[in-house]
Design a protein around this ligand. Sequence first.
Ligand code: NAI
Ligand code: ISE
Length: 343
Amino acid sequence: MALKIGVIGTGAIGRDHIRRITSNLSGGQITAVTDVNETAAKAVIDEYGLQATFYVNDQELLEKGDVDAVLITSWGPAHEQSVLAAIEAGKYVFCEKPLATTAEGCRRIIDAEIKHGKRLVQVGFMRRYDSGYVQLKQAIDEQVIGEPLMIRCAHRNPESAPTYTSDMAITDTLIHEIDVLHWLLNDDYKSVQVSYPRKTRHALSHMRDPQVVLLETNGGVLITAEIFVNCRYGYDIQCEVIGEDGIVKLPEPSSISIRKEAMFGTRILMDWKDRFIEAYDREIQDFIDSIGRGELQGPTAWDGYIAAVTADACVKAQESGEREEIVFTEKPALYGGQPVSQA
Ligand code: NAI
Ligand code: ISE
């Protein structure tokens, strides 16, 4: 029987996930939707021909909807309340990043999940499902390049919206690198510093763009991450791991090469939705399948907390210009940490 799914937030990525569940993936069925924009949510029901009911808010959807699980794809500041309500109702939750906008908010979610006694939450860090990153991780785990020493990466978008602010370079954009790099290295962050090169003329006056973030891990790996959200030429994600015995690099998205007018090259994607389309498919399919097996295996609420604490330190470093420490609390047993002694 199909997993009955409610969607909280039917904007860009909410609609994209509804499209993939209804047309690409197996084992899931959208039975309920809500959005503060009622007209848009009802239009989605028609657009995808859903056998789904509209509810006025997340609480009502959780109380009255015929749902086993929810996708939380609303604006970041609304996530915490919906995740907590879903845990309270005992529903499985797929929450887009950020899990919550503060580390304290993530902690509240972790505490609620621990109280429930079982993992219910998967966070939408889809890069872990991208075949390029999976190959990088395999190479690192198998010590193909010896111990990793440094990572160079870049997250470039063609342009940013007028509502985009300098701190969003961290909380909205770098957050993907924050998650995927600690997963790649199986290591935690220790400190961060942020520098600003000369500003591009394409950035709006209130923005610092590009930015260079220098992260250090407990294992001593130094990471330089460039965030450049008005690069104009395309949506470009780069990651190169430099090890003791060699280098591994994220592959370019596959595309035909073109020889024309004395030039040789390949197309560069413009839209993040296309770059990670297969990874989004795999993460949602994994969510559905692992609920079927009774045990979630994707990114955890603890990963959401790691990302939030690291992002907070990065934003502090943006403002101070100093090297800022990154400190986490003890990892709870539910997420693979040491069980707390009962003595
Ligand atoms: P969007 O603005 O297109 O859609 C958000 C929707 O949520 C809107 O329709 C809005 O009316 C609705 N909404 C806001 N508050 C709500 C509430 N309390 N209850 C119900 N609906 C509410 O934004 P977009 O791009 O779809 O982003 C949504 C979330 O997904 C954000 O947290 C964003 O960071 C994340 N995201 C993740 C991506 C990824 O690569 N994993 C890519 C794009 C977005
Ligand atoms: C967007 O919110 C995302 O999450 C995309 O994955 C990311 O690449 C983009 O830079 C963000 O704005």
